[in-house]
Design a binder for this molecule. Structure first.
Ligand code: SF4
Length: 176
């Protein structure tokens, strides 16, 4: 079964990829994260995915550009929902149009993300695009995945991604 794995970053991919391959899925990656701010950070995360994908022999699709402007209007508390929807919709659509048998996302590994909301969005997209959503609660392997990333010397980012999470981190640093 060929599936498309939305990758938010390389470190968060390590554990889900291990589980999915153990389950005999033929996995290909999809790096679509126009939320990431600023450009340098976007480039760093993307190049880390490239580095990691060579190590683990993972084919990854990158059919997008950095789109900072799109995210500057995110001012309300719903920004994470919109952020998930935009990234996951692109994944489900790409999977459906390119003959994959299913899709899933590395966002399901993070205890810092809204797991149930991500699951709901994926289930809805599964119906909309008539493509199977492969659900696993990868959170139990979050620490293991981060340790693997450390061992591989992969870059590990310090904030979620968008300009707002970037500013929140700056404020915390300045408050110390
Ligand atoms: S905090 Fe993370 S999930 Fe929420 S909008 Fe920003 S990048 Fe997206």
């Amino acid at each position: 079964m060929k599936i498309l794995l939305h990758m938010c970053c390389a470190p968060c991919t390590t554990y889900p990829l291990k589980i999915l391959r153990n389950k005999q899925f033929n996995v290909e990656g999809f790096f679509y994260n126009p939320n990431i701010h600023p450009q340098d950070e976007f480039d760093h995360r993307k190049s880390t995915v490239e580095e990691y994908s060579h190590i683990v022999d993972l084919k990854v699709h990158y059919d997008f550009d950095y789109q900072e402007q799109q995210w500057l209007d995110y001012k309300d508390d719903n920004r994470c929902k919109m952020c998930y929807e935009i990234r996951l919709e692109a994944t489900a659509k790409y999977a459906s149009e390119n003959n994959y048998n299913g899709f899933t996302t590395t966002l399901l590994v993070s205890p810092y993300q809204q797991h149930e909301l991500i699951k709901e969005i994926c289930e809805s997209l599964s119906k909309k695009y008539n493509i199977k959503f492969i659900y696993y609660d990868f959170r139990e392997g979050f620490r293991e995945g981060q340790n693997t990333a450390k061992e591989l010397n992969l870059y590990r980012q310090k904030y979620c991604g968008c300009i707002y999470s970037y500013r929140e981190r700056e404020m915390k640093i300045n408050a110390k």
